[in-house]
Write a protein that binds this ligand. Structure first.
Ligand SMILES: O=c1ccn([C@@H]2O[C@H](COP(=O)(O)OP(=O)(O)O[C@H]3O[C@@H](CO)[C@H](O)[C@H]3O)[C@@H](O)[C@H]2O)c(=O)[nH]1
Ligand SMILES: [Mn+2]
Length: 361
């Protein structure tokens, strides 16, 4: 009897959206086609809404420009940044799927040491679908991977692990350096492929890069607000950092895990270090106050969802960071607007979303 060969269904094919912020073009999708084509794309077009962004044939996508964001969110669109990659978080809000993968349009398929193309999306999905170990560090890295396990002395009571909320991937070629480092090391490239995935321990913050990032939208989506950056704001290129610090204090509070390490992508474009310095300056200065603030955050026991935690965090930002700069009062207000908009577009099961639906293609 002849058996018709059927390719395996891609993991989470109908449960994951790929969110891409773009101010350029989407030719990079050609290199990702074997891995991305089965998935729905949410393209957030930044900058001039009258510019036409060409999406390569054969992809299933929704594209949202600034006019769509304003049409869908109305006055609440003020919380979505303009002329900064932070605009991508609109894609997280408007998605209806359980998982999100976000990638920049200058990130390409990397090769592992054997020369094999890395399916970064597949690795992120494996990271998200396997537990994390934030309460006790496993020295042999991810114990749930084939060929690894918990090492001697690891408490058996902790070996079940906790749900993974975030999978933070890394980058070969152009590393995610801040402007001062870029200026000092303009030619430095990351050639070191480290075959490791680590859970970031509870109580430890980390610099989350938005370039190659996946997360469980139902567990932690409301915390993934990329802040007020870019046009009209005194700071830029701290969108993912802000989201990462908020997310980590909330995952710690909710007993969820954050992983970093594989998969790698190939980051091709070094943005201009001087332009970056202007965008980052306040962030480099303010973060010396922001990190102690996040390290001191304690959320109430009755904050049992990402939304409730985030609103508590917004209150603390207003109370404790307003004295650092008036910007943080505006940011605290935008954090609340973000949650209001999130809840409007994502009512509890059975509720009716009031959004005006996806854009015309
Ligand atoms: O105004 C803008 C600028 C850019 N984008 C899109 O956002 C991503 C990232 O842009 P870019 O690659 O130019 O930025 P980098 O300096 O390489 O990366 C920084 O941006 C952070 C977010 O990814 C990353 O963590 C930093 O390292 C591209 O897709 C641009 O098209 C935009 O939408 N609006
Ligand atoms: Mn880039």
């Amino acid at each position: 009897m002849a058996y018709a060969f059927r390719a395996p269904t891609p993991l989470l094919k109908d449960e994951l959206d790929i969110v891409i912020p773009t101010i350029r073009n989407l030719d990079f999708l050609e290199t990702w086609r074997p891995f991305f084509q089965p998935y729905h794309l949410i393209i957030v077009q930044d900058g001039d809404p009258n510019k036409t962004i060409r999406v390569p044939e054969g992809f299933d996508y929704d594209l949202y420009n600034r006019n769509d964001i304003t049409r869908i969110l109305g006055p609440k669109s003020s919380c979505i940044s303009f002329k900064d990659s932070a605009c991508r978080c609109f894609g997280y809000m408007v998605s209806k799927k359980k998982y999100i993968y976000t990638i920049d349009d200058d990130c390409f398929v990397a090769k592992d040491p054997s020369g094999k193309d890395i399916n970064a999306l597949e690795q992120h999905i494996k990271n998200l679908l396997s537990p994390s170990t934030p309460f006790f560090f496993n020295t042999l890295y991810d114990p749930y991977r084939d060929g690894a396990d918990f090492v001697r002395g690891y408490p058996f009571s902790l070996r079940e692990g906790v749900p993974t909320a975030v999978s933070h991937g890394l980058w070969l070629n152009v590393p995610d350096y801040d402007a001062p480092t870029q200026l000092v090391k303009p030619l430095e490239r990351n050639t070191r492929y480290v075959d490791a995935i680590l859970t970031i321990p509870k109580g430890t913050l980390f610099p989350m890069c938005g370039m190659n990032l996946a997360f469980d939208r139902e567990l932690i989506g409301p915390a993934m607000y990329f802040g007020l950056m870019g046009d009209g704001q005194p700071i830029g290129r701290y969108d993912d950092m802000w989201a990462g610090w908020c997310t980590k204090v909330i995952t710690d509070h909710l007993g969820l895990g954050v992983k970093t390490g594989m998969p790698y992508i190939w980051h091709s474009k070094a943005s201009n270090a001087f332009v970056n310095l202007k965008k980052e300056y306040n962030g480099i200065f303010w973060q010396e106050e922001l990190i102690p603030f996040f390290q001191s955050v304690s959320l109430p026991k009755d904050a049992t969802t990402a939304q409730k935690c985030y609103l508590e965090l917004a209150k603390l930002v207003r109370a404790k960071l307003g004295k650092v700069d008036g910007y943080f009062i505006k940011l605290a207000d935008s954090m609340v607007t973000w949650i209001d908009a999130w809840d409007e577009l994502n009512p509890p099961k059975g509720g009716v979303a009031t959004a005006n639906g996806p854009p015309k293609k």
